[in-house]
Design a protein around this ligand. Structure first.
Ligand code: PLP
Length: 362
């Protein structure tokens, strides 16, 4: 399996000017959030706290999500909550292309994995018929394709889950960054565990703050995983989360608009190339004319970093462009130029090949 972290380290060593590789938002964390964190520490909130999260934060989340606080559990980032669910499953189903962590975690816990590939030609719509997994992982808006699955397609997946009795883990970390109508999976299916976090909309990646929404029994199961691993999320981080939620409405407007602007910019600058316009999140999954890893390496030499498609499954001719990095416009122009150059040289090779073929036949 391709090691995305090794490639990430290589990018850091080369130190390109334009970083379009990681899903680290370049929009700074709001000052109020930082201040609240520091104030909490100054108040002496430095000890252990409840293992399912402080009541005030669970209440604040419950209010924005329209659920009860008993259905909410706080974790140190969405990733660990996803790990909790994978640890409890026997066999997981993952739709490809996918965020690489699902498989890394599954491997860590020795779980069986079914991968359901989707394609650009089929609009990245999955078909999960035949799954024997007890946990189906969905992620919309999707990393890396930017796809938001229409309600109708979600319903089809839910029907399959209903038949097999599988639980759905819906990774909705990018839900607030959807540019089209978004349906939370839990609206369609009771046996859903929704995982969300503060890393993307609020840019709070390093705070390590996420939450899950599930029925109270499932919440207890996740709580036991947290108790047996990390104990709890620091109180000052949770206080930061409460402050962030106070800014949610405002940020949802401005940050979503900003990413939508970038998605439009990317669609315009890359128009004519092979990709589906993002409907959410902040990525473009682009087909390139030759091996994606070689393409990413070549781009690196031109001062632009992207991730090769193999970091997201069996997609050797793709790269993922993150729209959350620095120097986006210039980077997109360089990427377009690289694709066009490769296509032109391919045409030249063909032309030279055929003209030499003609002369050889004379
Ligand atoms: N889920 C997806 C699909 C992601 O792309 C990411 C981060 O890139 C995460 C979860 C991680 O979230 P967190 O920082 O809350 O662990």
């Amino acid at each position: 399996m391709f090691n995305a972290y090794e490639f990430f380290n290589r990018i850091n060593e080369v130190g390109p000017k334009i970083r379009l590789d990681v899903g680290q938002p370049d929009i700074p964390v709001r000052r109020e959030v930082i201040e609240e964190t520091v104030n909490s520490l100054r108040r002496g909130e430095t000890g252990y706290t409840s293992t399912n999260g402080i009541r005030e934060l669970r209440e604040a989340i419950a209010e924005v999500e329209g659920v009860s606080p008993e259905e909410v559990i706080i974790g140190p980032g969405a990733k660990l909550l996803i790990a909790a669910e994978i640890a409890m499953a026997n066999r997981i189903a993952v739709v490809a292309p996918h965020w690489n962590a699902y498989l890394l975690i599954a491997r860590q816990f020795g779980k069986e994995v079914e991968v359901f590939p989707t394609s650009l030609e089929e609009d990245w719509i999955p078909d999960l018929k035949g799954t024997e997994a007890d946990l189906i992982i969905l992620n919309y808006p999707n990393n890396p394709t930017g796809r938001v699955l229409p309600r109708k397609n979600l319903r089809e997946i839910v029907e399959i889950a209903e038949d097999t009795g599988a639980k759905i883990l819906s990774d909705e970390i990018y839900a607030e960054l959807s540019f089209v109508e978004f349906t939370p999976v839990r609206d369609l299916y009771e046996k859903t565990v929704t995982v969300k976090g503060f890393s993307k909309l609020f840019s709070m990646t390093g705070f390590r703050l996420g939450y899950a929404i599930a029925d109270p029994q499932e919440v207890s199961r996740i709580r036991r995983f947290i108790e047996s691993t990390v104990t709890c999320v620091p109180i000052f981080v949770q206080r930061a989360g409460i402050k962030a939620l106070e800014l949610r409405e405002e940020l949802m407007g401005s940050i979503r608009k900003e990413y939508q602007r970038r998605a439009k910019l990317a669609s315009r600058l890359l128009s004519g190339l092979d990709f589906r316009k993002p409907e959410g999140a902040f990525y473009v999954f682009l087909r390139v004319p030759y091996d994606g890893l070689a393409f990413a390496e070549r781009l690196l030499l031109r001062g632009v970093s992207v991730f090769p498609g193999v970091a997201f499954g069996d997609y050797p001719n793709f790269v993922r462009i993150s729209l959350s990095g620095s120097g986006l416009e210039e980077g997109l122009r360089i990427i377009r130029d690289e694709v066009k150059c490769a296509l032109e040289s391919r045409v030249m090779e063909k032309w030279e090949g055929s003209s030499s073929g003609v002369s050889a036949g004379k």
